[in-house]
Design a protein around this ligand. Sequence first.
Ligand code: MTE
Ligand code: MO
Length: 377
Amino acid sequence: MADSPTAPAPHRAGAPAASEELPEVLDVISRMPACAETPLGALDSAITPNERFFVRNHFAVPTVDRATWRLALSGEVRRPLDLSVEALRELPSRTVIATMECAGNSRRAVYPPAEGVQWNHGAVGTAEWEGVPLRELLERAGPLASAREVVLEGADRGREPGVEAELAYAMSLPLEKAMDADTLIATRMNGDPLSAQHGAPARAIVPGWYGMASVKWLTRIQVSSAPFLGHYRTKSYVFVPEGPDSSSPTVPVTRLRVKSLITWPTEGTLLPRGSYTIRGVAWSGEGPIERVELTTRAARSDRERGAWIAARLLENTSPHAWVRWECPVELRAAGHYVLRSRAIDRAGHTQPAQALWNFRGVATNSVHAVRITVRAT
Ligand SMILES: Nc1nc2c(c(=O)[nH]1)N[C@H]1C(S)=C(S)[C@@H](COP(=O)(O)O)O[C@H]1N2
Ligand SMILES: [Mo]
């Protein structure tokens, strides 16, 4: 914190700038750019408090001055917009509770190891986002009949390996998703103004999609008639299969795959014999969660099916948010156990036993497995 409201905090050489500081509870995967995840035990709530919410940056946090900040909307529209923070605040707003998961979450579960930030399972969180639906802006601007995609660009920029020029972080949405009433230009997170790490003063929130589309430090919205070919859309957040490049078209990463996580107990927990309630969360971008199942004993052969027990689903806060679940189990005999959870959504999707391999290790949603030990006394 600065000594006075006007003076910036003194910046010691070697110490991170105030805007780069990360909450203590997060597990830091990388300092620059900041990538930090939530320990699974701290994900055990319907809403993830702001200081526990994971951070995924590609570059340094940009310096954004609220007084001069502008959000420009142009391209295939009748009336381009240029909005200040105050002008944005005057537009109709709404709140949406939504789960955001990084497409690289659980990458450490991928074998052989995939390229990218080696996240464990904590690059996911649920927040109540408040802001102006992107649709409100698009309707004011009046998209032309030629409008197909909406490109969202942040104020952060830097270099990526193998790319010649400096890049801005940018991602595109099909016009239809941009016009969804729940796709927001958010300015508040869980009742507080967005923090510097989470994209102040305004960021996109794209419920149901992986986090890469929820562009932070938003400054430019470009409506276009042609598919966006930016680095993050065509090189980073894509399913790159095994085999010759031409064997299949590159598929962009968009909707969240069905997934569940066990939040208690955590990996390596030692418990006395007894009755316990296993807890976790489950979500899907392809339909509501229909059921969650847990097993303490995996199938020992292809023919054995394992004993999956139905978990109880708790509160349902929003169609875009995870549901918490709990499942009572009897752990009567001492030994080493692997708890495994799997979710099934209403569209009938479920989680694969092993991660489906792709070169970038994106959208990993394999069954979550947690090793625990039960002792005799
Ligand atoms: N401008 C900008 N927006 C961004 C990013 C970024 O690096 N720059 N990272 C994206 C990715 S990959 C994710 S998962 C989410 C993470 O949001 P959070 O840091 O608020 O959790 O922001 C997205 N928006
Ligand atoms: Mo991400």
